[in-house]
Design a protein around this ligand. Structure first.
Ligand SMILES: Cc1ncc(COP(=O)(O)O)c(C=O)c1O
Length: 412
């Protein structure tokens, strides 16, 4: 049942814990395959796992760990992990092989001669398009990216910087997805979309599987700290692909004892939240006007929804200033904690944790979250300052301040 309290809305969900789908899509073998592929990408290295131990102490939990995807390759966001793995699988399929292929081979003249000209295409609200443009350029293929008219210039420039053609489409992200799907048929482009729809699930599945490299790395890093698994995972959702990959990976790894999964969205674009509330995929209409550009999606991905519906524990929607507060906490941490550059979509989970630890947190939510001094919370900083101008507006100019009545966080 939906509850409205304070400045956020929440749903305590009773998932079926049917992990069949998660185990099929996100088995450890698949995650290892993705990791094996990503390791070959020039410049690949593990992103850091940051421990915010002072903040954890302040919030009364054992640990807060941030997987810092701002440092992923040169791309400032996690997204390339999905897009590159999808391109890899697409090319393998086109070559008619199940064999592992090297990055070098995929770039080679021999491979290009076999496959001929290919143009990859996708809609984006910024980061996915940047990842696809980069991976296409690395592998030597053409790329066309559609963005919607609210997409900021720095995001567009970044995509063009990797040689892609960028078209600006009327409407929002979901309109851009629909438009490129139509145009791809006309021009014979190959759509590499991170969201799924009826009859289009294979590529979005590969994209979600590509994200599991991030989680496999995080597991290794946590193990190095003597932590076998996080007790809580907070993850942000746009169309839900990253959230489903994260939840699915951990549900498959620990089917009998999964972490608690908390899914966070902006109040202006809560398509996963509305879908869980209604028990079926539900679109959110309107201009999706949120500072969290990466999460500004109105149509959930159906394959992601199924995983989240079966396994997610708590769904929360928060106002924009929750993300802005998360960005400020990360960039200006407590003494002793390292700083993290995090963009709006990257920081919202930490902002949400901070909000939820307020003493005002309703009892049923507190019970459902079960955050205590034994909790180790994992989050993904999904982007750095992917829009540096907006980043400075928030951090330097104090854009989206927390309203005064919500500034008195009482955590004890
Ligand atoms: C920075 C960032 N974080 C999170 C997400 C959410 O991912 P998904 O759309 O798979 O839910 C996106 C999506 O573009 C993003 O760019």
């Amino acid at each position: 049942m939906e509850k409205i309290k304070n400045d956020y809305r929440y749903l305590i969900h009773n998932p079926s814990r049917d992990t069949k789908g998660a185990r099929e899509m996100f088995s450890i073998e698949i995650a290892k395959k993705a990791r094996h592929f990503h390791r070959q990408i020039p410049g690949y290295k593990m992103t850091r796992l940051v421990s915010l131990s002072e903040l954890a102490h302040m919030l009364g939990v054992e640990g807060i760990y941030i997987k810092d995807e701002a440092q992923r390759l040169v791309l400032n966001s996690f997204k390339v992990m999905g897009g590159s793995f999808a391109l890899y699988n697409f090319l393998r399929k086109k070559l008619g092989t199940d064999e592992d292929l090297s990055f070098e081979y995929l770039k080679s003249k021999e491979c290009h001669d076999k496959l001929g000209d290919i143009t990859f295409a996708s809609a984006t609200d910024g980061n996915h398009g940047r990842g696809i443009a980069w991976a296409s350029q690395q592998l030597g293929y053409k790329c066309v990216i559609y963005v919607h008219h609210e997409t900021s210039q720095p995001r567009i420039d970044a995509i063009r910087g990797y040689g892609a053609r960028v078209e600006i489409v009327d409407g929002n992200y979901d309109d851009a997805v629909r438009k490129i799907a139509e145009d791809a048929k006309k021009y014979n482009w190959e759509i590499i979309s991170d969201t799924s729809w009826d009859g289009y699930t294979e590529i979005p599945t590969w994209i979600m599987q590509g994200y599991t490299t991030i989680l496999l790395e995080a597991q290794e890093q946590l193990a190095g700290l003597g932590i076998s698994r996080p007790t809580h995972v907070f993850v942000q959702a746009g169309v839900g692909a990253l959230a489903a990959a994260t939840v699915g990976f951990y549900a498959a790894l620990y089917p009998d004892n999964p972490p608690k999964f908390v899914i966070v969205e902006p109040e202006k674009a809560p398509c996963i939240y509305e879908s869980i509330k209604n028990g079926k995929c539900t679109s959110v209409k309107g201009d999706l006007d949120t500072i969290m550009a990466g999460l500004a999606c109105g149509d959930p991905s159906p394959i992601a929804f199924d995983i989240l519906n079966n396994n997610g524990d708590v769904f929360v929607v928060v106002p924009d200033y929750t993300a802005a507060r998360g960005m400020r906490i990360l960039s200006c941490p407590l003494t002793g904690d390292p700083f993290v550059i995090s963009g709006e979509s990257g920081a919202v989970t930490l902002g949400a944790l901070f909000t939820l630890k307020n003493k005002n947190c309703p009892d049923d939510l507190k019970k459902a979250l079960a955050l205590d001094k034994h909790s180790n919370v994992l989050m993904i900083n999904t982007e750095g300052n992917t829009d540096p101008i907006q980043f400075r507006r928030v951090i330097w100019d104090g854009l989206d301040p927390v309203p005064k009545k919500f500034t008195e966080i009482d955590i004890k």
